[in-house]
Design a protein around this ligand. Structure first.
Ligand code: 1CP
Length: 342
């Protein structure tokens, strides 16, 4: 098989110019996405419709020629497949019926039921892969157990993980049970995506930065270690990217994860520090602040150059430090791509 630009990085090699894709690259900043989304009905209808989900997965590749497509789905489909109720409040975001106690954790569905529920997602992976050229990587993904647990316990998103922390400290045994169940379910979910054609899987731990010390070790580091290890055991050729967002100095500890091939960075970690402490051990991905795709101008160019100047001696994938926002200007994405190819 062809070793495309992203696979080169994940094999720890560098490219003349960095490969690039953007977190949340399919989304509301694109008119063609808004059109398909309207046709689909709701956001979840779009996720579970393989033809339409394929379309929106491929839209940013057609428009910009990114080096990777990322499956169009959501990290919250997994708890839904495990039996929790999920819906989206217009203008507000995701809602779930919150986990209230041990019974709710005991009652989570088994893996066969989960996989049956997610069959259309695997079908999207199959058809995207069949329409994508070998130069492009297809990335599958899941939320990490800790991040998914925060939504399952609070019943909503936002930047306050207090409900999950209260549950974790008051009911440590139940919480451990939930994390263990999510870890096993995530292994199966990612494994099915790989079987369907995803060459790379990314584990999003968007709220990793809310935990420190032994909590970080037990609920962020260890579950990702277990997931990556099992994925590599089952699929030695697959690659794993981990995104412990906001974890600061703990990024360094992720270098010890033997089965993680690339560490995705948020915008707060300084490139010179990453270059010295992380990139000489592992391939990295990141970390332009998404605000620059809204504001553009000379500052956008300066910030792109700052990142490339720091990272271009080693293996790296250019990306944002978090998802592109609906108010980003697609013309700034073009400016970014042009700058990177120079
Ligand atoms: O169309 C819409 O209005 C829905 C917006 C939207 C989209 C486009 C949501 C709701 N999810 C998605 C798709 C999505 N989500 C993708 C695939 C598309 C792509 O990247 O191109 C991926 C990888 C995700 C991952 C995801 N969902 C994360 C992890 C990454 C991150 O942003 O930190 C998280 C935390 C979610 C939960 C979620 N889903 C949607 C929203 C608005 C949120 C965040 C809610 C919150 O915490 O406030």
């Amino acid at each position: 098989m062809l070793e495309n630009k992203i696979m080169r990085v994940l094999n720890n090699k560098r490219n003349k110019t960095p490969p690039v894709w953007l977190m949340r690259q399919a989304g509301r900043y694109l008119k063609e996405y808004r059109d398909v989304r309207e046709k689909a009905g709701g956001f979840l209808d779009l996720c579970y419709n393989p033809e339409l989900a394929k379309e929106v997965t491929l839209q940013p590749i057609r428009r910009f020629g990114f080096d990777a497509a990322i499956l169009f789905a959501d990290i919250l489909l997994l708890p839904q497949a495990l039996g929790r109720k999920l819906w989206f409040e217009t203008g507000e975001g995701p809602r779930l019926n919150p986990i209230l106690g041990r019974k709710d954790i005991d009652n989570l569905q088994n893996i066969d039921v989960m996989n049956g529920f997610l069959e259309n997602i695997y079908e999207t992976v199959r058809i995207v892969r069949s329409e994508l050229s070998e130069e492009k990587t297809l990335i599958g993904f899941a939320g990490a157990p800790w991040t998914v647990a925060t939504y399952m316990i609070a019943g909503k998103g936002g930047d306050d993980q207090k409900a999950a922390k209260v549950y974790m400290t008051r009911n440590p045994e139940d919480f451990r049970m939930l994390i263990d169940k999510l870890t096993l379910a995530t292994i199966e979910y990612l494994s099915e995506q790989i079987k369907a054609g995803a060459g790379v899987v990314k584990i999003f731990d968007s709220w990793a930065g809310a935990l420190g010390g032994t909590y970080f070790k037990n609920y962020v580091y260890e579950p990702i270690k277990k997931i990556s290890q099992e994925i590599k055991k089952r699929h030695p050729e697959a690659k794993v990217i981990a995104f412990p967002r906001g974890c600061g100095a703990n990024y360094k500890s992720f270098c010890d994860l033997k089965f993680v091939d690339c560490i995705a960075l948020d915008s707060t970690v300084p490139p010179p520090w990453i270059k010295k402490e992380v990139q000489n051990i592992k391939a990295i991905q990141g970390n332009l602040d998404p605000i620059h795709l809204v504001t553009g101008g000379d500052e956008l160019l300066r910030q792109i150059d700052y990142i490339t100047d720091n990272y271009n001696k080693g293996p790296y994938i250019f990306n944002l430090g978090h998802g592109i926002t609906p108010d980003a200007d697609p013309r700034n994405v073009e400016i970014l791509l042009k700058r990177l190819s120079q």
